[in-house]
Design a binder for this molecule. Structure first.
Ligand SMILES: [Zn+2]
Length: 346
């Protein structure tokens, strides 16, 4: 990456109202068949344009191609029965009706390669593509076949590796795995979660990222966060092993989060996508607030390894709010870029 402090988003961006109900997670598509294919491509173009107009350097599809960051991928797998539902507790936090693993899981053909190739055609900028991580996938299903979270994660890792290789071939520069489950099941993360992630990136030449976070700004998550106390030290348990892993970038929330920023020292040497935009509020950050978060992070992350980012996805936000937040992210990063170059010149 040539630009210092290249900006990006952690994941989803709002969908246009003609494609799906705005400000809603898991919102059903409003189009069908060929109209849906075209609609998703049009939405991807709009989402890309919004990122470009805000000056975002590493762009994505804004997840316009999927209904949900985990479920849409799982829908394409063999061995998962979507007609059978069981209620489970996701991330030990909220109950959801989920599909059931009924047989060996496998992938017949890549899920997102065509969408990624379409995005690649639209821009020369570096592109990032998000996939669910193995542990988060396991946590979003009822397993009636393997009867082992670790075994199922390992099978998912092999499938994700196939998918990731197809995305790389489509021209994706950074493949990101979303692992919100990583700050809930610490022992499992260290036992097999990071190993499964490394299996998923085996043999890749493009860059790889893992996004860990305290979740979207939905009620179940904000209620849970209130129970975590004034300091969130959850990451302390997993950063040492992540630092040792082959993953290139770690994406996490920093602005308005209670994660002590000095925990980033445990990741020293890794590239860090520093969340400087709170996705749980409609309040627009000022560029100076963004700059302040980045300056704090710079005490623990080398400047050439700092990637300003949003805390999480912005799908549940109104489009004007999301656009204004993207612009603030760019402007804040630019303030710090200027400061760093002035420092270098002096
Ligand atoms: Zn997130």
């Amino acid at each position: 990456m040539k630009t210092l402090l290249p900006t990006s988003t952690a994941g989803s961006l709002p969908k246009p109202s003609w494609l799906a109900q705005p400000e809603t997670l898991w919102s059903p598509w409003k189009l069908q068949d060929e109209a849906l294919v075209q609609g998703k491509q049009d939405a991807l173009r709009l989402s890309l344009l919004a990122q470009q107009q805000a000056g975002i350097e590493i762009v994505s599809d804004g997840e316009q191609t999927r209904q949900h960051f985990v479920t849409t991928f799982i829908e394409h797998l063999n061995g998962v029965d979507f007609d059978q539902r069981k209620t489970v507790k996701i991330r030990d936090r909220y109950e959801a009706s989920v599909p059931v693993v009924v047989g060996d899981v496998s992938l017949s053909k890549p899920v997102f390669a065509e969408d990624a190739a379409f995005l690649r055609q639209q821009t020369q900028q570096p592109i990032k593509w998000a996939l669910p991580g193995p542990m988060t996938m396991v946590d979003t299903l009822f397993d009636d076949h393997y009867h082992s979270r670790e075994k199922l994660a390992w099978e998912f890792a092999k499938i994700l590796n196939q998918e990731a290789k197809a995305l790389q071939a489509a021209g994706v520069d950074i493949i990101q795995f979303d692992e919100p489950a990583f700050n809930v099941f610490f022992d499992e993360v260290n036992d097999w979660g990071i190993a499964a992630l490394e299996k998923a990136i085996e043999g890749l030449e493009c860059e790889t990222a893992v996004h860990i976070c305290y979740g979207y700004g939905i009620k179940a998550n904000t209620d849970w966060k209130k129970t975590l106390g004034s300091e969130w030290r959850q990451y302390e348990a997993i950063f040492p092993k992540l630092q040792q892993s082959n993953i290139d970038l770690i994406s996490l929330e920093c602005h308005n989060s209670r994660v002590p920023i000095d925990l980033l020292e445990l990741l020293r040497g890794k590239k860090v996508m520093v969340g400087a935009i709170d996705v749980a509020t409609h309040t627009i950050e000022t560029p100076e607030e963004v700059a302040q978060t980045l300056r704090k992070a710079l005490e623990f992350v080398d400047a050439d390894k700092l990637y300003p980012c949003t805390n999480c996805g912005m799908a549940p936000l109104p489009r004007d709010v999301s656009n204004a937040k993207l612009a603030a992210l760019s402007a804040g990063a630019e303030i710090v870029r200027q400061e760093l170059s002035a420092l270098k010149a002096s």
